[in-house]
Design a binder for this molecule. Structure first.
Ligand code: UDX
Length: 434
């Protein structure tokens, strides 16, 4: 199959590289000249384990190429994937579909022969209908089908998620489009995982429902964690105790500082807006979004409390800035709320992240960025674990004890064993470990 991938951001690049790795012929298109030039030199603009190797191998084998010219790539394609950004629109929280519709118009002008146009970007219900209208209006002669094929990959595990998905959702009622999508995903051996066909609007909504459900699960365990703290219970055990019930499942029950990232905050807001517009408000997701926002700010108060009620004139060492480990992504990271809140309480902040410091620097003013974890901790009055990078799990606690001015650990990801840490002479605060 010949595939054109419009948008070489996170989803576009991972999907394009993986499709090429399946053996398809893929052209990734992006308007950003610097990005395309870098990709052509083999430089990957994001940190994603395994991506660089897959891109290099497929470029070498001439199955993957990068270009700024959309028209020839689209004309040659059996399927055109739209994987451009759908950021939150300023002011109202709706998904901004400007890039999607602009791409649709450009694709329309270049269509040649039957082509399946697939939205990979997360788009609100009804977007496929509008894309179809835009293309028909510009090209009444064109032979095409618009399909929704949302992507469920997680940052940091994107290649594995793409290649071993739990399911692939395809929204289309068109037989020829079904055949093209079946062929594209055939290398995955399609009974396992299932390729699920459904109506286009249903597929669009499925993506938002999945993200909102996961965000709800996280927020649920976060609020249970708050109750555990007050009631003298341990949220880790509660999570295990409920997660082994396979109607609930053990994943996404890890209490922490609140979810961040490029998807959950924006997609929950967009779903809330869509539901309100349709007159079917989803109160539970409205509450989840609000609860998650206040939670991030409250984490600073938790640190304050651990520092005996005052951080004025004190230094707080923060390990981990990215919204989660194995990524350099800072979008909606809890650190962007928690660090400024600590500063406004009077603290000086030192920070270290194995990958995200480049992204973090311009976003966090007056923070001292350190070269490694131990340097970050030296002389600080408290150590805060904000992202659960594996490298922080095995830090030498005895050494940390000698480096800290006060032996205070605030573990917002519950990576340490409280008893063990306390035995070593630290005052330990976790999340939901009352
Ligand atoms: C998410 C969805 O998982 C993915 O299917 C979708 O395509 C994009 O959005 P991602 O944002 O990459 O993926 O990360 P994910 O691993 O889901 O974590 C999201 C946020 O939730 C992170 O801030 C993480 O720290 C937090 N989280 C996750 C928790 O606080 N507790 C958990 O148990 C799980």
């Amino acid at each position: 199959m010949h595939i054109a991938m419009i948008g070489s951001g996170y989803v576009g690049l991972v999907s394009g590289a993986c499709f090429a790795d399946f053996g398809h012929d893929v052209t990734c298109v992006d308007k950003d000249e610097t990005r395309i030039a870098a990709l052509e030199r083999g430089e990957i603009p994001i940190f994603e384990p395994g991506l660089e190797e897959i891109v290099a191998a497929n470029v070498r084998q001439k199955r993957l190429s990068f270009t700024r010219s959309l028209a020839p790539a689209v004309a040659a394609a059996d399927a055109v994937f739209i994987a451009v950004g759908t950021p939150s629109r300023r002011g109202d929280g709706h998904a901004d579909l400007g890039y999607v519709y602009a791409a649709a118009a450009e694709v329309a002008d270049a269509l040649d022969g039957f082509t399946v146009i697939v939205t990979k970007s997360t788009v609100p219900v009804g977007t496929g209908d509008e894309i179809e209208r835009i293309i028909r209006e510009r090209r009444p002669d064109a032979d095409f089908a618009v399909v929704s094929n949302p992507e469920f990959l997680r940052e940091g595990a994107a290649i594995a998620d793409f290649k071993h998905p739990d399911r692939i959702v395809v929204g289309t009622g068109e037989t020829r489009a079904r055949e093209v999508l079946s062929e594209i995903y055939r290398p995955l051996n399609l009974n396992q995982p299932p390729l699920i066909f459904m109506a286009r609007r249903t597929a669009e909504l499925t993506k938002y429902a999945a993200n909102a459900f996961l965000a709800t699960k996280i927020t649920f365990i976060n609020e249970i964690a708050d109750l555990c703290e007050k009631a003298g219970a341990d949220v880790q055990d509660v999570a295990r105790g409920i997660g082994l019930d396979n109607r609930i499942g053990p994943k996404f029950l890890h209490a922490g500082p609140g979810y961040g990232g490029s998807c959950f905050p924006k997609d929950t807001m967009a779903l809330v807006k869509t539901a309100q517009e349709f007159g079917a408000p989803i109160r539970i997701v409205e509450t989840v979004a609000a609860s998650n926002e206040t939670r991030k700010r409250r984490m600073a108060d938790k640190i304050l409390e651990a520092c005996s009620g005052s951080v004025t004139g004190k230094t707080v060492a923060v390990l981990g800035l990215a919204f989660k480990p194995n990524t350099d992504d800072m979008r909606d990271a809890p650190s962007l709320v928690i660090l400024p809140a600590l500063q406004s309480l009077g603290a000086s902040v030192r920070a270290f992240d194995p990958e995200a410091m480049g992204q973090a620097r311009p976003l966090l003013a007056d923070v001292t960025f350190c070269d490694d974890a131990y340097e970050c901790i030296r002389g600080a009055h408290a150590l805060v674990i904000l992202t659960e990078w594996d490298a922080f799990r095995a830090l030498d606690l005895a050494r940390i004890r000698t480096l800290l001015a006060e032996p205070v650990i605030v573990d917002l990801r519950n990576i340490y064993n409280p008893e063990d840490v306390r035995k070593r002479g630290f005052a330990y605060t976790g999340v939901g470990r009352g």
